[in-house]
Design a binder for this molecule. Structure first.
Ligand SMILES: Cc1cc2nc3c(=O)[nH]c(=O)nc-3n(C[C@H](O)[C@H](O)[C@H](O)COP(=O)(O)OP(=O)(O)OC[C@H]3O[C@@H](n4cnc5c(N)ncnc54)[C@H](O)[C@@H]3O)c2cc1C
Length: 331
């Protein structure tokens, strides 16, 4: 067990680790609100990241690892512990296999694969965030997920660096062993991954990726302070009877019902609380129009969940992750 001052001193002694105190997390999350991290430690060097993880583990203090903060909702009070970020971003190819460090932008990996005419993730162009978080949450779009191409993942299990193969990652829709471990309070932190690709037609892949990126940028302009979709989509088979009866066949795709459909019926589009708004074109996208706070975000989410519950008997759950909140503050 360390005091903050001891933990800070140990982190300060690690070469190539940038350590700051009371770092405003609003600057590191795309929603652009949230209070400070008591200690923030950032590095692009794997050895420094591992050493910082060792300090965090042994400190007895609250700690967490973030990527580029596109899926995080930070409390206005901030996070009263240690926040670590790993920015190692090298990408290399050997035959059909690509090795990528967890801190690389997913977009850099997509661009690399397209440039090398390696097929399978070109449709994932425009998904914000880092490779580590993409593996953690099995990110995907347009019918493809990063898990489709993952052959192995190197990670730190709290004691040592290990590797798991594809089966060991236990990928499911937007889920993996890495997410499950964090939810159990014993996170496995991803250091790098290997992906295996078949060859493709580079020009056709580039044309497809460019078209998808243009569509995505129209829906989510890069400067928009948001987290993509707030609520998880739902499996038709798991809906309560009242909700299942209400859903028209035309909105069900691959057995899934978009949360946006329920939200739209409940009048979500254009609703606002302070600086946080629902877009007027997609009911499952909330954004910070300027000056929004975490409290306003939670208030708006509470209103939306309440409306859907009342109208359809359906409890929506969030895809985003809350950081630094007391349980009673959550919507
Ligand atoms: C405009 C917009 C559109 C989006 N569209 C999509 C989409 O189409 N498909 C999709 O799947 N997602 C989408 N998202 C959600 C988001 O892009 C993904 O969740 C992304 O993978 C998050 O990456 P990040 O680096 O920002 O992670 P963060 O938000 O910083 O963190 C997310 C989680 O990953 C964990 N994590 C980060 N790094 C590591 C690591 N090295 N090891 C273990 N755990 C780690 C964190 O602890 C945290 O729990 C969208 C988001 C936005 C803003």
């Amino acid at each position: 067990m360390h005091s903050f001052d001891e933990a800070r001193a140990r982190l300060d002694a690690i070469p190539q680790l940038q350590v700051t105190c009371n770092e405003p997390l609003a600057a590191h999350v795309r929603f652009g609100f949230g209070g400070p991290a008591r200690v923030f430690a950032d590095t692009a060097d794997e050895a420094a990241f591992l050493a910082a993880l060792g300090v965090a583990h042994g400190s007895g203090l609250a700690w967490l690892v973030i990527g580029s903060g596109t899926n995080l909702i930070v409390s206005d009070k901030g996070f009263p512990g240690i926040v670590l970020r790993y920015r190692g971003a090298r990408i290399s190819r050997a035959g059909q296999t690509v090795r990528v460090e967890a801190g690389a932008a997913l977009q850099s990996l997509v661009d690399f694969a397209v440039a090398e005419a390696l097929q399978g993730i070109e449709v994932m162009t425009g998904i914000p965030g880092n490779v580590g978080a993409a593996v953690y949450g099995n990110a995907g779009a347009y019918g493809a997920s990063i898990s489709d191409r993952i052959s192995s993942v190197r990670f730190h299990d709290g004691l040592a660096v290990r590797e798991v193969d594809h089966a060991g990652c236990r990928f499911r829709y937007r889920d993996s062993i890495f997410k499950q471990r964090r939810l159990q309070g014993e996170p496995w932190l991803i250091l790098s991954a290997e992906l295996t690709f078949p060859n493709g037609d580079g020009a056709a892949m580039k044309a497809k990726a460019d078209a998808i990126l243009a569509t995505r940028n129209a829906k989510f302009p890069p400067e928009m302070k948001c987290a993509g979709s707030i609520f998880k989509n739902l499996l038709l088979s798991e809906l309560p009877e009242q909700a299942r009866r209400a859903v028209p066949e035309s909105v069900v795709k691959g057995g899934k019902v978009p949360a946006a459909w329920f939200l739209e019926q409940a009048g979500a589009k254009g609703l606002a609380m302070g600086g946080i708004r629902v877009t007027d074109y997609h009911s499952n996208t909330l954004y910070n129009a300027g000056g929004g706070t975490a409290a306003e975000f939670c208030g708006l989410v509470r209103t939306l969940k309440g409306r859907v519950l009342e109208r359809f008997g359906l409890a929506l759950s969030e895809e985003v992750q809350y950081i630094g909140f007391d349980p009673e503050e959550l919507p």
